[in-house]
Design a protein around this ligand. Structure first.
Ligand code: ATP
Ligand code: MG
Length: 144
């Protein structure tokens, strides 16, 4: 349902002239807990928009690993990035980094806490890789 999520965020994507690139690998017909996966995607994509820069890019890659039977989703943005110290804290409830640099403000700081909890709940794992000023990549992987 990535298309539908992107559609719902089209206004912000257009407003900030963001470019979205999508790629899919492997069998597209997978059985997943759709509500939970959508909740994860929704929060990560929303962040990739909010904490991006004008004319930035968002890359979304979905891999279905048919050998391991796992789904891996990588969401990469060219945004403001998160410092090493903050990377250790962003999954805490209500934790927010300096909001003045965001394209869209007004979050609650709960998004990533919910993402982490939901990924854990699906027996998956979630990783963050970020360079301050350059961008952030979130990767989550769940067994199918
Ligand atoms: P919401 O509850 O609406 O999601 P939020 O976006 O502030 O509010 P989180 O999604 O939990 O809360 O993110 C926590 C903080 O981590 C954000 O306030 C932001 O500072 C930082 N952050 C999250 N995603 C990114 C990203 N892709 N790039 C840079 N900073 C990010
Ligand atoms: Mg958020």
């Amino acid at each position: 349902d990535i298309e539908r999520i992107l559609q719902s965020m089209e206004v912000s994507i257009d407003k900030h002239h963001l470019k979205v690139e999508k790629s899919f690998f492997g069998n597209k017909e997978v059985t997943i807990n759709r509500a939970k996966v959508n909740l994860i995607l929704n929060n990560l994509i929303k962040n990739a928009i909010s904490y991006n820069k004008e004319n930035g890019t968002i890359k979304i890659a979905v891999h279905h690993d048919e050998i391991e039977n796992r789904l891996r989703v990588i969401i990469e943005d060219s945004g403001i990035g998160i410092s090493q110290d903050d990377q250790n804290r962003v999954f805490e409830r209500f934790y927010r980094v300096d909001r003045s640099r965001s394209l869209e403000t007004g979050g609650t700081g709960l998004g990533l806490a919910i993402v982490k909890e939901t990924v854990d709940n699906l027996d998956g794992n979630l990783t963050i890789d970020s360079d301050l000023g350059l961008g952030t990549t979130f990767t989550f992987e769940i067994p199918l």
